[in-house]
Design a protein around this ligand. Structure first.
Ligand code: ADP
Ligand code: ASP
Ligand code: MG
Length: 406
């Protein structure tokens, strides 16, 4: 008999039949005597359609209203799942994020969990009910509804598992686990049996959508071991847990690609102290989120600075090119879309060399140009042409032998 937290993603509750199927799966765990808390996402496509709807009535919807709107997606699925459980004779109660005791800060659309006191969850569990919590949402101290960023139901599940000290935390999705690359792009990707928090975190923040990066960060902080597995079969999934010595033997654990990126190049900037500080202050004030930054210094005391950003921030970047130019006395500022970031990740990189060169060889064999490079202890990222990113992902994946299951 265990206390289990399960999270079902959008595809897993994507239509009435799938909701009934999830109810059956929950019933099976209960028959074993387990107590179950379930976190659900909105039905697949619902959050995207709500965002689209909002843009149809207002070009720049207020973030508070966005949260009010988006929270309805998860509210639909919690009640439907509770009904589906009732229909097969299982007592179940649905709770919004606020009712489950999730208190967040006030940063609408990307709120952080400030604290979690799951009194109602515990009470209903004690009464013998399955407790179904709306993922992705919380409430500020002042009672405003907030959401936790895209993919945020993962975070709800991990946070609840930590708060109720669940023995097991299962993230059910539409793939069998975490793969060495996105299986939709790389058909011969293989399932990873165990992965360290830091590797999962780097893969997720580099574009692997299977887990929300903030959820993994939270799991690492509170040492919540969890399993990513499929809601459509009973195959064992991927265990995400604290690092062990033997994990270092694998040099590259996986490959991720993040599309929809753009880059800004500021050419001919005087190479003097203080310029970058001023420049990036202006860029931050315009609300542009900067990622990779590279500076090349020329002989004549001038530098070219290039940085990447998400395509959604391109408009903001375009609005400030004139002020960037003036401020930095640059010769030109150009904004280019259509690029992608490709990353290879593995804690084994700390103790093995030659990863960068194999990555560069794999890309050059395909004739793919590398536009920018950045490295960290357990990750190497390159910027390439977005149109060739799938081909690049497959080539890099095979170069590191990730197509061979281990
Ligand atoms: P859910 O709705 O269950 O949260 P998501 O769509 O957010 O599911 O995440 C699952 C998807 O993540 C998969 O369908 C897969 O295409 C994608 N994905 C990207 N990278 C990976 C990876 N390395 N391993 C597994 N899935 C991945
Ligand atoms: N429904 C939200 C989203 O689509 C949260 C989630 O699915 O985890 O981003
Ligand atoms: Mg998800």
């Amino acid at each position: 008999m265990s206390l289990i937290v399960q999270k079902y993603g959008g595809t897993s509750v994507g239509n009435p039949e799938r909701i009934r199927n999830v109810a059956e799966r929950i019933a099976e765990w209960r028959r074993r005597g387990d107590r179950v808390v379930v976190v659900v996402s909105a039905m697949s496509g619902v959050t995207d359609s709500l965002i689209k709807l909002a843009r149809e009535v207002c070009a720049e919807p207020a973030e508070r209203e966005m949260d009010m709107l988006l929270a309805t997606g998860e509210q639909t699925t919690i009640s439907l799942l509770a009904m589906a459980l009732h229909a097969i004779g299982i007592p179940a109660v649905s709770l919004t994020g606020a009712q489950a005791g999730i208190v967040t800060d006030g940063r609408h659309t990307k709120a952080k969990i400030a604290n979690l006191t799951p009194n109602q969850v515990k009470r209903h569990l004690a009464d013998g009910a399955v407790v179904i919590v709306a993922g992705f949402q919380g409430q500020t101290m002042e009672g405003q509804i907030t959401t936790l960023g895209r993919g945020g139901s993962d975070l709800t599940a991990i946070a609840i598992a930590a708060a109720v000290q669940a023995e097991v935390c299962q993230i059910y999705t539409d793939v069998d686990g975490v793969y060495t690359a996105d299986p939709r792009v790389v058909p011969n990707a293989t399932k990873i049996q165990e992965i360290a928090y830091d590797e999962m975190l780097e893969l997720a923040s580099a574009g692997a959508k299977v887990m929300q990066a903030r959820a993994v960060e939270f799991a690492k902080k509170f040492n919540v071991r969890f399993e990513v597995r499929s809601s459509f079969n009973n195959n064992p999934g991927t265990i995400v847990k604290a690092e062990t010595k033997s994990m270092e033997q694998v040099v590259v654990r996986g490959v991720s690609v993040e599309k929809n990126q753009a880059k800004v190049t500021i050419s001919g900037v005087p190479d003097r102290p203080g310029i970058a500080a001023k420049l990036f202050q202006t860029i931050a004030e315009a609300g542009v989120n900067v990622d990779m930054i590279v500076q090349n210094v020329s002989q004549s005391g001038e530098a070219d600075i290039t940085f990447t950003l998400h395509r959604d921030d391109v408009k903001k970047a375009n609005n400030i090119t004139a002020s960037i130019s003036e401020l930095s006395r640059a010769r030109a500022v150009t904004v280019q879309e259509g690029i992608a970031k490709l990353s290879v990740v593995g804690i084994g990189m700390r103790s093995h060399s030659g990863v960068a060169s194999s990555l560069f060889v794999a890309l050059s064999e395909q004739g793919i140009n590398i536009q920018m490079i950045s490295t960290s202890e357990i990750k190497i990222t390159v910027v390439i042409d977005e149109a060739r990113s799938a081909e690049a992902e497959r080539a890099v994946h095979d170069k590191f032998g990730l197509n061979v299951a281990r």
